[in-house]
Design a protein around this ligand. Structure first.
Ligand code: BEZ
Length: 403
């Protein structure tokens, strides 16, 4: 799918501005000698996001957030108009490298942006590393992307899978839970969330007594819920997101477990899905780098503007898309739109300070946000912040040699 946006002034004004910037005395001949960026060619953004399947809503929220940030910058990056090239990645890792290669070779994108699913992001990362294309990950938490496979041209504006759940083990231990079951989908995001949770819970003194998996994006939870009931742990922790999170939370309550065995999760469990989960979600506690109810003027302004623009409530995915736009704006304004000046663009992204609705954050040396992780509880259909579970949490970036 291909979509163009022209959000700037008319071509004549652009032409005159470029003449001014690169020397008012430029003749038609010298203008032809200018590089494409200096002639005001559009910046080409390649979006690889899920627009179908269990993560479809997440992909749309990311794109909305990104468009909103660009809109606030009058639709320009470093003075240049923007053109979008979109692919529905279907959260299907086996198609990721072909899709990414197509965006680079056919559509000649300047930046690859994606994806939601860790497996898809790993395929994109492979292509970005081989081709040297600038890539921004607006969700997928695959630890390796800002760990052993970190690289100068790849940045993340969201989180590593290690980050949101790392404080959860300590939180649950402090609430008196000693034996926990962890349940999730069997793919990188679920497995890495489990590893991180186990690290934190074990360090606090707890034990993960059982690890339960089902294939992504399967939602046949019944047999595993029966197993949880028979194990009778003190609590259950989980990673689920999108449509799967709706079904899991409802099935957990319908199985009669909600009032017997407290359910916790990384905050994706209740992001963007509270209306669909209804009463089944009330009281659930989660940890995440954002919460709707963050009581800051920045968050309130963002939420109002988003609701006005899209007639929908924003969630963490919208925030991550928005921050992707802020990062691009900041970096390209700094280099005057010269996206080909890779060294300068990377340096600008590395030193960016993002004034995000989630709170201000900066990039770690491994190109991943250093950010606060909030403890939230669902109250009357809202993710209410009840504290900061971990201040300025930085992913350990094990194996990353950057910086
Ligand atoms: C992931 O695959 O990395 C992921 C997907 C949805 C929410 C959070 C992480």
């Amino acid at each position: 799918m291909r979509q163009q946006i022209k959000q700037g002034r008319n071509a004549r004004r652009r032409f005159l501005r470029d003449l001014t910037r690169f020397g008012a005395a430029a003749t038609a001949g010298t203008l032809l000698a200018l590089p494409a960026w200096a002639q005001g060619a559009r910046i080409r953004l390649g979006l690889m996001l899920p627009y179908s399947g269990t993560y479809a809503q997440l992909g749309t929220a990311i794109e909305n957030g990104l468009r909103m940030a660009l809109d606030e910058g009058r639709g320009r990056l470093g003075g240049r108009e923007v053109e979008f090239f979109k692919v529905d990645d279907e959260s299907e890792p086996s198609k990721a490298t072909d899709n990414a290669n197509r965006l680079i070779t056919r559509d000649k994108v300047d930046v690859l942006i994606g994806s939601v699913h860790s497996g898809v992001a790993m395929g994109m990362l492979k292509v970005a590393r081989e081709s040297g294309t600038l890539m921004i990950i607006p969700n997928a938490g695959a630890d390796a992307a800002t760990g052993p496979l970190c690289t100068a041209n790849v940045f993340r504006t969201s989180f590593s899978n290690w980050q949101p759940v790392h404080p959860l083990g300590r939180v649950m231990f402090e609430k008196g839970h000693r034996k926990a079951v962890f349940i999730t989908w069997k793919y990188a995001a679920g497995e890495e969330s489990l590893t991180s949770f186990k690290e934190g819970f074990t360090a606090a003194g707890g034990t993960v007594v059982k690890e339960l998996f089902l294939p992504f994006p399967n939602v046949e939870f019944q047999a595993l819920l029966t197993e949880i009931a028979s194990i009778k742990p003190d609590a259950v922790a989980c990673f689920f997101a999108g449509g799967g999170a709706v079904k899991f939370v409802k099935d957990y309550a319908a199985a009669g477990l909600k009032d017997k065995i407290p359910l916790y999760g990384s905050g994706f469990l209740t992001e963007g899905v509270l209306a669909a989960q209804g009463d089944a979600a009330e009281g659930l506690m989660t940890t995440l780098h954002y919460a709707d109810s963050l009581d800051t003027p920045r968050n309130k302004a963002f939420r109002n503007a988003y609701a006005k623009m899209f007639k929908a409530e924003p969630d963490v995915y919208a925030v991550q898309g928005y921050d992707t736009g802020l990062l691009l704006r900041q970096a390209l304004d700094r280099v005057g739109g010269d996206i080909g000046n890779r060294k300068a663009v990377v340096a600008a992204m590395e030193s960016a300070v993002i004034d995000s609705p989630r709170g201000q954050w900066k990039m770690s040396k491994a190109h991943n946000p250093v950010q606060d992780i909030y403890l939230r509880r669902v109250e009357k259909g809202d993710n209410k912040v009840i504290g900061v579970a971990w201040k300025a949490l930085e992913d350990p970036a094990r194996g990353c040699k950057l910086g």
